[in-house]
Design a protein around this ligand. Sequence first.
Ligand code: ADP
Ligand code: MG
Length: 695
Amino acid sequence: MSNVPELFGSLVFNDTTMKERLPKDIYKALKKTIDEGTSLDLSVANAVANAMKDWAVEHGATHFTHWFQPMTGITAEKHDSFISPVGDKVIMEFSGKELIKGEPDASSFPSGGIRATFEARGYTAWDPTSYAFIKDGSLCIPTAFCSYTGEVLDKKTPLLRSMECINKQALRILRLFGNTKAKKVTTTVGPEQEYFLIDKKVYDQRKDLIYCGRTLFGSRAPKGQELEDHYFGVIKPRVSAYMKDLDEELWKLGILAKTKHNEVAPAQHELAPIFTSTNVATDHNQLTMEIMKKVAERHGLVCLLHEKPFAGVNGSGKHNNWSMSTDLGENLLEPGKKPYENTQFLLFLAAVIKGVDEYQDLLRISVASAGNDHRLGANEAPPAIISMFLGDELTSILDSIEAGVEYHAEARKIMDTKVSVLPNFYKDTTDRNRTSPFAFTGNKFEFRMTGSQENIGCPNEMLNTIVAEELEQFADILENADNFDTAVMDLIKKTYSEHKRIIFNGDNYSEEWVAEAERRGLYNLRSMPEALPHYIAEKNIKLFEKHGIFTEAEVRARYEIQLENYSKILNIEALTTLDMAKKDIVPAVVKYLKLLADSANAIKSISDDICVCAETELVKKLSALLGDFSKKIDVLDKAVVAAKDHTDVQETASYYRNTVFAAMQELRAVGDEMESIMSAEYWPYPSYGKMLFSV
Ligand code: ADP
Ligand code: MG
């Protein structure tokens, strides 16, 4: 094993490297920009660029790229070499201007009708709050991406804006509690990343995985996850070698990869980093997903990040652990030993409760995607209904405040294992609840609805913005209160009273909860086309505009881009389904039928007395299924063609969901039934068993 402390961050132009390589005054000026958000002068940028280039060249880099996160969900990069001709030779050069600003042609990135394709100019702007790093021989500079006319075209800019908003409002609250020292409040995130690993040879034989990242056909293997023997199970040598290699690559990039384990479904695993500021965590998560895929190839594996690669076993999510903390290291969601006396904590908690209740729809939208539609509400991940888990202790504290009665803390209980050699320890005051979409887990909230392949920028930008809004309302009231202490308690009480319907500590997977949530008037936005219209609801546009996150045009653009993207994904899936059905499955079944018929005839030709009933039965059954299959191909074919009749983005997306997707499911059901009675040798694709159990 290499020396981890030495390896860690070796490909990052981080604080230590900056200190080493930058003149003192330049380092100071840059630090001020990073810590306090002051703008940067060109002379400083020139010096930083030069030092970055020297460092990158020493580490084998020949190019630089502005690295950004357009609305496609993946990261984008365009590489320029450092070369600059001098006579018939070249020298390596990199200027402050090139560091600060890039001008990629923006016309081919989704803009949601904000701009026509002839308006091609876009800018990338250096984000000095996330360190530059080296990847594939290029110096990568994290940037934000916007159009010539200033509209945001990426997932990073709104996140940075939302972080500034919550910083401002949280500081106002802290000042009211007498905190004069904290200079900045940052939101922190630790995203737990789930993924599947399958053998590359098996993957290469599946068009559905190649084009769509998920299986569109496949009858269940005899074994799934019912024994729960994979969760935290011993990691197989091949997977373990992959994980070791992955950790090393991530550490080089300064990513705090910490925890690794097997997940519930066969072939499913998880990686969790140590939390960091939301901005950096977002960049790191994007990088983590990229490196996961790359390292897999080296091991003859493929890493699947789709939310639901396989039917019948769990899909993958990304638990987004979120909190806020000051530059002095105080976690604002830390209840401490006596939460009932911690008014500041209770007020921040109240802000989150109110925000989540008032903007359930936005949180739901922030995790809406074609892939996540298969997961939310499918009895594994949280349902599509947003609610919050607080646990017994916090709930009873808030209940006492609401009722105006004194709260009596229960004494902490000792955990007694009844084995004398084992240590006794104090139990946590609250058990965990793994079914809640938004659970308080001790000193942070865990937003569990995020899909595994999503950019976490979006859910975090929403969380930051809605909590900033509530903190602003609170600060407005409290700054004008005559008696701060009573005003705070009144505010907590009123907020809890008005918004406690969002709190649910029970089983979120149960049918009773769905009915109960409806009684409480909570949203149940089951699919992306159902959720997205809320994006452009007046209250939500107002929220974004008020906090300077998006203009109305930008919100509308995002709404369109996401719905369009949804329809495109379903269209690709439908076309792949048809391709597989017509070109591979039908011919395979026909061939197998011929084999059965030929063999029955051959046997008959020996003697009429030999029974060929098994062959006959199978031919009958398969032929009937094939007939049905063929009719269903026709239905799907027509459904796809008719999609073109819809022009409105919303209508088109709903049509894909209700008609095209339904037709795909029907076709799949017959296909899977045929697979289950066909010869494995004749079936054109590797089985679920091969995919899930061969690594
Ligand atoms: P789980 O039991 O839910 O699987 P893990 O320990 O695997 O939990 O992951 C918890 C995640 O929460 C880690 O990424 C951890 O760094 C992160 N985390 C811990 N404290 C905070 C915090 N204050 N803010 C944001 N994330 C945090
Ligand atoms: Mg978790």
